[in-house]
Write a protein that binds this ligand. Structure first.
Ligand code: OSB
Ligand code: MG
Length: 368
């Protein structure tokens, strides 16, 4: 694939409601859309870095910098043979997985469009629809959280994840559990705790949760092993798993029983598939995490979640849970069985609403 030009769109989209986690509150979601032109085709990718370095150290600012000044020069006006060729080219760039993944996604879209194959086919997906859940941010009170969960359950979400942080954990989770004794429920701490908090969090173990996601520091797989030993509820790692290698460390250390797979955090869809395959070999279930994606990243997540070892519902909700107007012409809807259809068209299987993209653009950089 001869790469002819790359356009980076730094965008900001208003969320239908603010999203609050242990690391902050977002009312508008920023990201970078990567547009790559090659052989008469256009491929799109989404870099899921956010405005602030809260989820991890990357931001829309650092990813614009890394994409423009380091990744683009490694591929522009060159023949990139496939995604592994791409990974080799960017292997000298330490970290910055979200930036790499954004560019890699655009290459996958191009490859699919060139070969007339959907991303699901290219990745080896085995399902035409995937089970999904909803991730609810921290609300004003445990009571309003329970009301919010009730609203999503009534919309058809069969699995609910709630965000927790110190002071807003056992009580919040208990309030939702009390309202819904049989709901598939899980919690996500986004690294807000240390081992000193483990005893206080122990009542979570009595709430029949599917999993406890990333309780401890992102760079600490070892303490998660100690945490897991204290809990019968499966620990799930998100932030800590930044490459297939880290998944191996977690498996070998028995630091968790489940892994959240995000192509962004792992440095690309190719790395996500490798992580999926490794976990499958070790009987470690995985599920697809989310980063409040636009229709571009959502299409990618759906294709990824169609792989066989994605046995738990993904954080892939319907478009209307996030945005009134998306940047893709296609919108994703929740079906009655708490599933969303995997796009079947070539590449990501979605088309860009250029007018919407333009209206959300903060900065646009063209490299050619
Ligand atoms: O930790 O899973 C997370 C959103 C932004 C950053 C981190 C996370 C999340 C979510 C949202 O939980 C999941 C979604 O896209 O619906
Ligand atoms: Mg998470």
């Amino acid at each position: 694939m001869k790469i002819e030009s790359i356009t980076l769109h730094h965008i900001s989209m208003p969320l239908v409601s603010p999203f609050e986690t242990s690391f902050g509150r977002e009312t508008d979601r920023q990201c970078v859309i990567v547009e790559i032109h090659s052989e008469g085709l256009i491929g799109y990718g989404e870099c899921v870095a956010t405005r602030d370095p809260g989820y991890n150290y990357e931001t829309t600012g650092t990813s614009m910098h890394i994409l423009r000044d380091f990744i683009a020069p490694l591929i522009i006006r060159q023949n990139v043979k496939n995604v592994l060729d791409f990974q080799q080219r960017v292997s000298g760039i330490r970290g910055h997985q979200l930036a790499k993944a954004g560019a890699e996604m655009a290459l996958w879209d191009l490859l699919g469009k060139r070969e007339g194959k959907s991303l699901r086919e290219l990745l080896g997906g085995v399902r035409e629809k995937v089970e999904v859940g909803v991730s609810i941010g921290i609300q004003e009170s445990a009571q309003s959280l329970a009301r919010s969960a009730a609203e999503y359950v009534s919309q058809g979400y069969a699995r609910v994840k709630i965000k927790i942080k110190p002071g807003r954990d056992v009580e919040d989770a208990s309030a939702v559990r009390k309202e819904f004794p049989n709901l598939r429920l899980q919690v996500d701490a986004n690294s807000a705790y240390s081992m000193d908090d483990a005893d206080r969090l122990k009542p979570l173990d009595d709430l029949n949760l599917l999993l406890i996601e990333q309780p401890l520091f992102e760079d600490d797989i070892w303490d998660h092993r100690k945490f897991q030993k204290k809990f019968t509820t499966p620990v799930c790692l998100d932030e800590s798993i930044v490459s297939p290698r880290h998944a191996r460390y977690a498996i070998e250390m028995q630091a968790c029983k489940i892994i959240n797979i995000k192509a962004g955090r792992l440095g690309g869809l190719s790395q996500a598939v490798m992580t999926h395959d490794l976990c499958r070999q070790h009987n470690m279930p995985v599920w697809c995490g989310g980063m409040l994606e636009t229709g571009i990243g959502r299409a990618s997540n759906l294709a990824l979640a169609s792989l066989p070892n994605f046995t738990l519902p993904g954080d892939i909700s319907a478009s209307d849970r996030y945005y009134k107007r998306d940047i893709t012409n296609e919108r994703f809807v929740l079906d009655a069985d708490s599933t969303i259809d995997v796009p079947a068209g070539a590449g990501l299987g979605v088309t860009m609403d250029d007018e919407a993209l333009k209206s959300y653009t903060l900065a646009k950089v063209i490299v050619n």
